[in-house]
Design a protein around this ligand. Structure first.
Ligand SMILES: [Zn+2]
Length: 136
């Protein structure tokens, strides 16, 4: 998903998680993947936040189940806490999708495995192949 907010604050209906050991660990998992992007591609520094859905509050239309979002060309990525703790197999395609929004303002594309609005399982090789297309 894409965001309509500034980098450090969560978007409508979401809030930044308080920094504690658990949040730190979740953020670390996303940042570790972010380092792999920095190794492979020339990308600017990214702001990473772990967010929670604020139950009972409004979101942008259709955003209730959003698991991550990014600023279009805004160099920030926010990941839902329940997804930041998932396995690399789940987390890598999500972070890759958001990085493409965040760094290059890549739009959604229903015909692209990576940039489809629905995050799907991808192999490691598929993820990097798609990222090469957008981020190289
Ligand atoms: Zn998206």
């Amino acid at each position: 998903m894409r965001s309509y907010t500034q980098g450090k604050r969560a978007t409508k209906g979401y809030k930044n998680r308080d920094m504690n050991d658990e949040t730190y660990k979740l953020r670390r998992a996303v940042i570790d993947i972010m380092y792999e992007f920095k190794d492979r591609y020339s990308i600017p520094r990214q702001t990473v936040r772990i967010v929670d859905r604020v139950h009972g509050t409004e979101t942008h239309d259709g955003w209730h189940n959003v698991i991550g979002y990014a600023g279009m060309g805004g160099n920030y990525v926010h990941i839902l806490s329940s997804w930041a703790g998932k396995s690399r197999r789940k987390l890598l395609p999500l972070v890759a999708h958001e990085v493409c929004h965040s760094v290059k303002a890549i739009e959604h594309d229903d015909n692209c495995l990576l940039m489809s609005p629905i995050i799907v399982d991808m192999t490691e090789e598929q993820v990097w192949k798609h990222c090469d297309k957008y981020l190289k």
